[in-house]
Design a protein around this ligand. Sequence first.
Ligand code: DX5
Ligand code: ZN
Length: 233
Amino acid sequence: MERRSTKQTPIIAASILSADFAELKREVTSVVDAGAEWIHFDVMDNHYVPNLTVGPLVCAAIRPHVPNPIDVHLMVKPVDRLVGDFAEAGANIISFHPEASDHVDRTIELIHTHGCQAGLVLNPATPICVLDHVLDKLDLVLVMSVNPGFAAQKFIPEALRKLSTIRARIDALAPGRSIRLEIDGGVKPDNIGAIARAGADTFVSGSAIFGAPNYRAVISEMLEAVGEAGPKP
Ligand code: DX5
Ligand code: ZN
């Protein structure tokens, strides 16, 4: 018998890494008005990744201006001591890299204890087996289609195969368990259809949105391409 896909309603998560930081309040409200369901918030520490971005203060500053979920992507090591700070700053989803945490299961629990959803992030070279023993505790799996650290890099096509395999694993879990499958890096209108067909239902996009003259037009184009890709992976 064919198993039903667990793919959920598509969501565009706009990565503010490519936004105009001097105009952050206007940028987050514009992108949400244009159809981005989530704000993707990239946190880099110049230690786990070779770049330095923003922390809980900036998350707290944008929180009152958008009702939408803030999807925090922690590219920091260590992870745990920032979890409470981001929860307090208004994060809804907190994702982290298993290589940056000494105790992955404990970090997932810590995120849940703070009332947030928990995501695990797989770098291009991270094997899928890191999901063993923890997949059913996660709310989200984030597949990196670039090496983390910078916006506007080129999509690594191997991510498609990874998405299909992880989608099959999510489908195989007990029914009723909803886990989003998110992709991050190099997502654009011309590849998002293939990414959706591979099994992603949540799409991070930074430079393709913030670099476009019309946010609504590019987000609509992306959602249309996802719609055409159909509900099944
Ligand atoms: C990369 C970040 C991404 C990045 C995506 O380390 O995690 O979220 O901002 O940017 P684009 O869409 O430009 O690849
Ligand atoms: Zn990210």
